[in-house]
Design a protein. Structure first.
Length: 304
């Protein structure tokens, strides 16, 4: 009886309702990872990646990959009170003709918004996460803001979420105007893939990323700190690194740098103190218990 009571208590403490004071957002790519392996009860939001705008810029959308997987995620997430958004865009080596063209005209923005709303309805989704990586220069910045303004109007009128993935530095983050902050529910700050001598995502990068966005006027309640579940330069996932003998509490394995459980826990504390939660790229890179990074994040959030 005591064992059952303990199990139910842990399930209650790690439910999205009890994490809801802070965001715990996990991206799930269409091309890897299984819907059944997601730790839904420890998350507040899942972003399914990616839906691609047509390169023609006419506002149409490409076909979503693995739609049955998306449907499974939505069903299992909603059963646990977790929200699911579609992530639109992704890394393109700065080749963003779809976003650049569609955002440049009112008709393109309207068609894009119409298509996204139809997509959300089809898959019973809770919102949109815009991953334009990255708007460059004054003109694209202005068009980005107009696009986000329209999406916010359309989405919020239906009780839907609008978020965006943004860079951690002025060079790539500067194309997001401060005016956009009012339109988003939160920003997912991609504090990884740096080139410093301490690795691609040290604690210091998390600090400087939050400094940058908060100093620009992003409300703390909308600042979600991104953490990586993979290493550089090999791009091996945290799970694979551990299978090869890496220490789950370290940040270095051979030539790779990564975030182990201790650094992740420190970053969660930072994200609570200076922001409003954690974003994960990406969920399929996690290791099973007792070395799960998702569990390490959720544990700190619950303790706070």
């Amino acid at each position: 009886m005591k064992i059952l009571t303990t199990v139910f208590l842990l399930m209650f403490l790690l439910s999205p309702k009890n994490l809801s004071a802070h965001y715990l957002v996990g991206y799930m790519p269409s091309w890897q990872g299984a819907a059944d392996n997601i730790q839904y009860a420890k998350l507040t939001h899942i972003n399914y990646a990616f839906l691609i705008p047509s390169p023609s810029g006419d506002g149409s959308l490409g076909a979503v990959e693995n739609p049955s997987k998306l449907q499974q995620i939505v069903e299992q997430a909603h059963a646990r009170g977790v929200k699911v958004s579609i992530a639109v865009g992704g890394w393109t080596d700065l080749k963003n003709s779809g976003f650049e063209i569609l955002s440049s005209t009112s008709s393109g923005r309207e068609i894009f918004a119409d298509n996204l709303m139809e997509f959300l309805h089809k898959y019973d989704l809770d919102g949109v996460d815009i991953d334009w990586e990255y708007p460059q220069g004054t003109v694209q910045s202005q068009h980005y803001n107009l696009m986000m303004q329209l999406l916010a109007e359309r989405l919020h009128a239906k009780g839907k979420i609008l978020s965006a993935a943004v860079a951690d530095d002025p060079e790539n983050g500067g194309g997001i105007p401060e005016e956009t902050f009012q339109y988003v529910d939160f920003l997912n700050i991609m504090a990884y893939d740096g080139e410093g001598e301490d690795g691609h995502s040290p604690y210091s990068l998390a600090e400087s990323a939050l400094d940058y966005w908060l100093e620009r006027g992003l409300p703390q309640a909308k600042a979600v700190l991104g953490v990586p579940f993979y290493a550089r330069p090999s791009w091996k996932t945290y799970k694979v690194l551990l299978e090869k003998g890496a220490d789950p509490h370290a940040d270095q394995f051979k030539n790779d740098t990564y975030n182990g459980m201790d650094t992740i826990a420190r970053k969660v504390q930072l994200a609570i103190e200076r922001g409003n939660g954690i974003m994960i790229w990406e969920l399929s890179g996690d290791a099973p218990e007792p070395n799960s990074l998702v569990s390490a994040i959720a544990k700190v959030l619950v303790e706070k």
